[in-house]
Design a protein around this ligand. Structure first.
Ligand SMILES: O=P(O)(O)OC[C@@H](O)[C@@H](O)c1c[nH]c2ccccc12
Length: 277
């Protein structure tokens, strides 16, 4: 069991808020969700067949490591991402630190045809019923903490409700735990939740631990087409990108930002001229 000393204070506050929301839902005890999920792997295969880099574009109005906040209608942001070729979307539903909401996810999922990932800090079963989504995120590192459910139990509880589950890891040891719990979709987060620093070398180091039959996603810190190609060469079946597409500080064109990454493998010379962070 981890003591949690290696979690950044900002992240600890996110985790505390998640546990409070779990308790509130336990007290409310609404019914269980029953999801008819759109297949994430089918969406990746369709993108691949079409010559697009399989990309999950993230609707992230802000974050503890972002300057500024994007206040556009989240549905419009989502539609721009799909128009730019995103195979799937990720929507933050964490309200206090990321400007997200379950309402935004519901509206986005109703407006698009692609699979939608619910990005939140789910630590107890009651949180699974907050909103329907095609894919649910579980973060290995957080399920070591006090007052959280066990990863394998949460994975099973999510699947019983119809969710596909993306299990997020940051180290080889966490990948082992994800696989032991039965994960079929694994994300390697390049951001260290201890220091909040990003290093794309994380994915390169950890990717070889993941067997071929598991869908592998490179998460965080992918900003340029060079980064995108680098993660694909290291074995990423798909990429998860938020900040570089949403560009909260610059307010640039979300559709164009998405398309640039989606076409990274077919249009590599763009890497030379791009000025985007
Ligand atoms: O904005 P970025 O660096 O492109 O990263 C997106 C995504 O990977 C990141 O938002 C993320 C990865 N894991 C998380 C867990 C919770 C909240 C957010 C995240």
């Amino acid at each position: 069991m981890s003591t949690g000393d290696d979690i950044a204070p900002k992240v600890r506050s996110i985790l505390d808020a998640a546990r409070e929301r779990a308790t509130a839902r336990e007290e409310a005890s609404d019914g269980r969700v029953d999801v008819d999920a759109r297949s994430l792997t089918a969406a990746f295969e369709a993108a691949e067949a079409d010559g697009r880099v399989p990309l999950i574009a993230e609707v992230k109005p802000t974050s503890p490591t972002t300057d500024g906040e994007r206040t556009d209608d989240p549905v419009e942001l989502a539609e721009s991402m799909v128009a730019g070729g995103a195979a799937a979307l990720s929507v933050l539903t964490e309200p206090e630190h990321f400007g997200g909401s379950t309402d935004a996810l519901e509206r986005i999922r109703a407006a698009v045809d692609v699979p939608v990932l619910r990005k939140d800090f789910v630590v107890r079963e009651s949180q699974l019923d907050a909103v329907e989504a095609d894919v649910l995120l579980l973060i290995v590192r957080f399920l070591d903490e006090e007052d959280t459910d066990d990863l394998a139990d949460l994975l099973a509880a999510a699947r019983e409700r119809g969710f596909q589950v993306l299990v997020e890891a940051h180290t080889a040891a966490e990948v082992e735990r994800a696989l032991a719990a039965g994960a079929e979709i694994v994300g390697v987060n390049n951001r260290d939740l201890g220091k909040l620093e990003v290093d794309l070398g994380t994915f390169e180091d950890v990717a070889p631990e993941v067997p071929e039959n598991v869908t592998l996603i490179a998460e965080s810190g992918i900003a340029t087409t060079t980064d995108a190609v680098r993660m694909r060469e290291a074995g990423a079946d798909a990429l998860l990108v938020g900040s570089a597409i949403v560009d909260a500080a610059g307010g640039s064109d979300v559709e164009a930002n998405t398309r640039r990454l989606v076409t990274a493998e077919t249009d590599p010379e763009r890497a030379e001229t791009e000025t985007h962070q």
